[in-house]
Write a protein that binds this ligand. Sequence first.
Ligand code: UFG
Length: 298
Amino acid sequence: MNSDIKVIKNIEKITGKPVKFVKGDILDGKLLDKVLKKENFDAVIHFAGLKAVGESGEKPLWYYKNNVAGTVTLLESMAKHNVKKIVFSSSACVYGVPKALPYTEALPVTKATNPYGETKIMIERILESQASADKDFSAIILRYFNPVGAHESGLIGEDPTVPNNLMPYIAQVAVGRRPVLQIFGNDYKTPDGTGIRDYIHVVDLAIGHVAAIEKIKTAGVHVFNLGTGKGASVLEIVKAYERANGKPIPYKFVPRRDGDLAIYYASCDKAKKVLGWTATRNIDDMCQSVVKYMESKK
Ligand code: UFG
């Protein structure tokens, strides 16, 4: 829905392998049955979710239908065709308002601050129920922190029509498509007053998925945070982008955005210990990859 069909060709260029592609809706159980029957999958990596926090507040039913009912439809089809392993894209937002920092997987998951986050919590619970009902079923839940960046080749990246998140917004200001970045709040209790998040390069994130698929051989539920373990403020990201792009980013401070938290970041000790995975790319690498991607689109 938010994707570009050209991405398939570019993935083929990067990997040097053909990509089998079927266009369909995750709510279409018949189509899922057809695909899962035909191919002999070892595992499913489930990315088919809506992800805009603000939009989830405006259209909650759409979010619950696509994300929650869509996952149930997928799990039904997997059960029918004996596919016993799923990797699910969850989110740091399942932790809700921080009770302790850094976030560890052991923290209780009770309430998110928006319907998007609630869908992630519900799906995690559904996966737990399925794993306790089917003793051969393996659910790997990856809680992403703030994924940003693009592939180092500049061939695939993120450039939404309406950017909701910081990095694509900065990128569009940098190329002159938007006049100014609005920084939501400079009065948080953080060193420079702007919000702090744990940004993770999408390539590190992708490598984390491969590690999870390869290392987790047992049934049950396996939960991992995928982040860097370090926070960066909005102003630090702006400065890193300016370094990468060699030009200043016009910005202005505006009031805080509703529902934003001041600061959170991950503990990634579990992913390091169990998966042997650690993020290796820093915020300069993240910004450089976005600059390259935006250049390649000119
Ligand atoms: N920000 C701005 N200006 C903007 C956009 C964002 O100042 O135009 C600030 C925010 O206030 C926040 C930081 O930049 O301090 C990051 O905001 P994002 O919108 O990029 O990301 P969020 O941390 O709000 O949310 C992200 C994902 C969600 C996910 C959540 C996980 O977008 O899908 O992380 O905790 F749920």
